[in-house]
Design a protein around this ligand. Structure first.
Ligand SMILES: [Zn+2]
Length: 433
């Protein structure tokens, strides 16, 4: 370290010490690989971080800081953190101690203020077992497996430190979109030949690129990001479907929307480097025209299904420069399910019935798309032209199997039926024998 640098560092430390920062809030979020602790500060301050063993602890010393409100641990989201204590070892230092259930690797950084938050100190605790605990691995599809399922990655927008848009009644976008995403997974999983994976299944944040990376790792055939819109005019309403625009945003409205959706990475604590953007754009050019065509097709199918379900914001698919849609090889769409800024739609977004209707409509759109352009080697490609049978009164599963000369077990698995109960009026797929 050069003398000059050392001097500058000392000066910085000193100048920060002059102001006594206060801790005004504390939050924790746990995802499958790490626990994130966030301290709200009224200004930037110097800090030191170290770990202790037996028992496992992380100690944070904040220079010249005091605590404004009691730091209470939200046990439900606390991950490896089992307790939090704090005190002043000397008059210029605030010491916060996190008790941990196991030893962790540490990462920490300061974040600048955003629309929702002020200055923050973020501490990420990575557990040794976390990487193995990550649930994604088991979802990876063997693309050579005969008659494989198509895989749909469902991405609930925002999460954790990033609440997304917030309605007048304080409904948070991150909560309602997760509820819709979980319902969507259920309806997709009940479709023969289709399977869904969630990019997040809890209240934590995933960087935007991490979301489509997860989809690619799961060998997803489609990526669907679920959001709820916000606009300054509260009368604006309806659902919309977006795909990545060829040259950035196609309208001012789309640009504003892209800004607010993309801004979530800054809230979540990861800024996007220019270098990565350049690499992404090269990849984009290589393989994106096919992907874009597929994205447009599936977006239109989803919009069509949404139109049959309720109000849509516009009559056509929107184009916007959403980072989360930039996967070069996985067709990607973003669904804004409703306007959380519209009081009537805010209420609806929290209702099970609306959430279920959204899930069903999106599933129908996705199904329409895969049945009209099934990826080769998938169960849908092999069976989409197969016979159908509408269950009539008096039908039994065994009787239907006999009639079409297929085995009972094939008939069951093709329709995802366990047992023998079939409902009158249900359309059964008759698999090719
Ligand atoms: Zn959003």
């Amino acid at each position: 370290m050069s003398k000059r640098f050392l001097f500058a560092a000392l000066l910085l430390l000193t100048s920060l010490q002059v102001f006594s920062a206060e801790v005004s809030g504390f939050r924790v979020w746990a995802d499958p690989v790490k626990t994130r602790a966030v301290l709200d500060l009224d200004r930037k301050t110097a800090y030191k971080l170290f770990t202790l063993q037996k028992p496992h602890r992380v100690v944070v010393d904040l220079t010249g800081s005091s605590v404004e409100i009691p730091l209470e641990l939200d046990k439900e989201h606390a991950g490896v953190i089992t307790g939090v204590r704090y005190g002043n070892p000397d008059k210029d230092t605030l010491r916060v101690v996190f008790d941990l259930s196991e030893s962790t690797d540490l990462k920490s950084f300061m974040l600048d203020p955003t629309a929702q938050y002020g200055h923050r100190l973020v501490i990420d605790l990575f557990t040794k077992s976390g990487e193995q605990k990550s649930t994604l691995v088991k979802y990876v599809t063997d693309i050579n497996e005969p008659d494989r399922d198509v895989v749909i990655a469902i991405d609930a927008g925002h999460g954790g430190e990033d609440p997304g848009a917030i309605g007048k009644k304080k409904t948070r976008e991150k909560d309602v979109v997760l509820q819709i995403a979980r319902k969507l997974k259920k309806t997709i999983d009940s479709e023969p030949g289709m399977r869904a994976v969630l990019t997040r299944d809890g209240d934590y944040y995933i960087p935007l690129r991490g979301r489509y990376e997860k989809a690619r790792k799961a060998r997803a055939d489609l990526f669907v990001s679920i959001h709820a819109d916000a606009f300054k005019k509260s009368s604006v309403q309806g659902s919309s479907v977006f795909v990545l625009s060829a040259r950035g945003a196609s309208s001012e409205f789309a640009r504003l929307l892209a800004d607010s959706e993309n801004a979530s990475d800054l809230v979540g604590g990861v800024t996007l480097s220019d270098k990565d953007d350049m690499l992404a754009s090269v990849l984009l050019d290589l393989s994106q025209s096919a992907t874009r065509e597929a994205s447009n097709k599936v977006a239109n199918d989803i919009l069509g299904a949404l139109k049959r379900t309720g109000k849509t914001h516009k009559n056509h698919v929107g184009h916007a420069n959403f980072m989360v849609l930039k996967s070069p090889d996985v067709p990607s769409v973003l669904v804004e399910t409703a306007f959380i800024s519209n009081p009537r739609e805010e209420k609806r977004l929290t209702e099970k019935e609306f959430q279920q209707n959204m899930a069903r409509a999106i599933t129908r759109g996705v199904r329409d798309y895969f049945y009209s352009s099934p990826p080769p080697g998938t169960w849908i490609a092999a069976n989409r032209n197969g016979a159908r049978h509408i269950v009539a009164r008096g039908d039994t599963l065994g009787g239907i199997a006999n009639r079409y000369s297929v085995s009972l077990s094939k008939l069951r698995s093709a329709n995802k039926i366990n047992g023998d109960v079939i409902h009158v009026g249900r359309e059964l797929i008759i698999p090719t024998s």
